[in-house]
Design a protein. Structure first.
Length: 101
């Protein structure tokens, strides 16, 4: 009968509505999960950026220390060279005087 067909059709439509609601609920859950994962990834990205910046600062500080060490070494070498030149001059003067005597 038409009434039975209408009831059957109504049940089919109700089942489809239920299926669509379940799918929508699952999509909402998936969306919330994806949002949480995106938020976690963003925090991890910020943490990695902070690590990179900290490492960069440490390398810059290390380079500055090495530059300072190199400058100190260069100054010490210059001082030694100056002292050596003075010693050579004094030695040459002493040799010249010894020859005069």
């Amino acid at each position: 009968t038409a009434e039975n067909e209408a009831n059957t059709r109504a049940e089919e439509l109700q089942d489809k509505v239920s299926t669509l609601r379940e799918a929508a609920a699952k999509m909402e859950d998936d969306l919330q999960l994806a949002d949480a994962e995106a938020s976690l990834a963003a925090r991890e990205c910020e943490s990695l950026r902070a690590d990179i910046e900290r490492t960069d600062r440490l390398h810059e500080e290390e380079l500055a220390v090495r530059d300072g060490d190199l400058a100190d070494r260069d100054e010490a070498i210059t001082t030694l060279e100056t002292g050596l030149a003075g010693s050579k001059t004094a030695e040459n003067e002493a040799n010249a005087r010894a020859e005069e005597l």
